[in-house]
Design a protein around this ligand. Structure first.
Ligand code: V47
Length: 373
């Protein structure tokens, strides 16, 4: 079909809310007109969210980098005693969460390595201590990879672990650890960690228990466009069954200090392409989030015209990507995050951890826009 006709067919499909076929998604990876692709994704984005871009006031708490895993793409993990190894104490974590006190809709995003020594009880105790310190803060914690590790420690099922963590304050789960949901990538990059089927099973289990989650895709290493599409297809099918994914977040791989350090950093254009195709293929996942830490600030501004309706977040002190040579700031003050949205010509709207808009903000809160960096 001539390109003009193909463009018009896809535009009509998107306008009428039709579902894109996998071959159409694959062809979009080869589409030379990136601006047209952005416009197509923007159609879908604006149908649902108009001119608003939401963001969350949050704190990423990477509580330890001690890890028994050995993923090729990771610059964060350390063995005990290795230079750069660290772990936060419970008191330090409680102190950090104190910075969010009284901030409406605030979220703490807790992810760490697979610690070699902590017993299972450490994790519900951690959630309970944080919840007790500030019951108003939403606890978004532990990737499916960590949950599988905890189940091994407890000698219980994943379902038991998730129920127990929920009873101790778990509000939702982040989408990390998915990497690319393709067996070839699992075998090559993270064979000692759970693979695609198990990652999806754990998220399905969380959804059955009423724990919403998000889904990431780590792109820019050894994966092929067809594998990115396979990843999106598996997520789309899983979401048709459970409906529990709140957001899709494509992540830009940072090769520094990893065993893939020879690879180049993916271009901004590729970042935007993943966001746009994610928005178009994942018609059943409501939000597409640009994670400015990994995308970079400039791409995060442009992302808002390539399908992204949300920016994560104030963050405060991200470590996983910074240990891999990432040059973005570690966190952003809320006013600077809002500026990234205004710079894109969008309207900033603070949301809570479940993506519910909170604006208009109370006057005194707007005036003091949480200063986190
Ligand atoms: O799971 C690891 C990835 C993820 C590197 O759910 C790397 O809302 C780039 O999952 N370069 C953690 N990425 C971050 C994450 C996340 C971030 C923001 C929001 C949400 C959400 C989730 O980072 C890991 C892994 O896939 N990662 N190493 C690296 N060198």
């Amino acid at each position: 079909m001539p390109r003009g006709d193909w463009h018009r067919t896809l535009e009509a499909k998107v306008r009428s809310g039709g579902r894109l076929a996998l071959e159409e998604g694959l062809a979009l990876y080869a589409e030379p007109d990136l601006a047209w692709l952005g416009g197509l994704a923007n159609l879908r984005r604006e149908q649902a969210f108009g001119n608003q871009t939401t963001y969350v006031v949050n704190l990423h708490l990477n509580y330890t980098n001690l890890c028994v895993g050995s993923c090729l793409f990771c610059a964060f993990a350390r063995r005990p005693g290795e230079p750069g190894a660290y772990e936060m104490t419970l008191e330090e974590m409680v102190e950090r969460i104190g910075t969010l006190r009284g901030v409406p809709g605030a979220e703490v995003h807790i992810v760490g390595g697979l610690h070699p020594k902590h017993p299972y009880r450490f994790y519900p105790d951690l959630l309970e201590a944080l919840h007790r310190a500030d019951p108003g803060v939403h606890l978004k914690a532990f990737t499916a990879v960590e949950i599988e590790h905890f189940a091994g420690l407890a000698g219980r099922s994943v379902e038991w672990v998730l129920e127990d963590l929920k009873a101790h304050g778990l509000g939702s789960m982040p989408g990390g650890g998915a990497e690319v949901l393709v067996e070839r990538i699992h075998r090559k990059l993270h064979p000692t960690k759970i693979g695609p089927d198990r990652w999806l099973e754990i998220h399905a289990c969380a959804h059955r228990l009423g724990i919403p989650t998000s889904a990431t895709m780590l792109a820019g290493h050894i994966e092929m466009p067809a594998e990115r599409l396979e990843h999106m297809d598996r997520l789309r099918q899983a979401q048709d069954r459970s409906g529990g994914f709140l957001a899709f977040i494509p992540l830009r791989f940072h090769p520094g200090n990893t065993r893939l350090a020879g690879l180049p950093l993916m271009s901004d254009e590729q970042v935007l392409r993943d966001l746009a195709i994610g928005r178009l293929m994942l018609d059943n996942i409501p939000h597409v989030k640009a994670y400015w830490v990994m995308s970079g600030l400039q791409a995060a501004v442009r992302a808002q015209w390539f399908g992204a309706d949300d920016l994560d977040g104030t963050v405060v002190e991200e470590r996983i990507t910074h240990m891999a040579g990432c040059l973005s700031p570690a966190g952003l003050a809320e006013e600077n995050l809002r500026r990234l949205i205004l710079e894109a010509g969008r309207q900033p709207v603070r949301r809570d951890a479940l993506y519910r808009p909170l604006e208009p903000l109370p006057v005194e809160d707007e005036a003091s826009c949480a200063s986190t960096s």
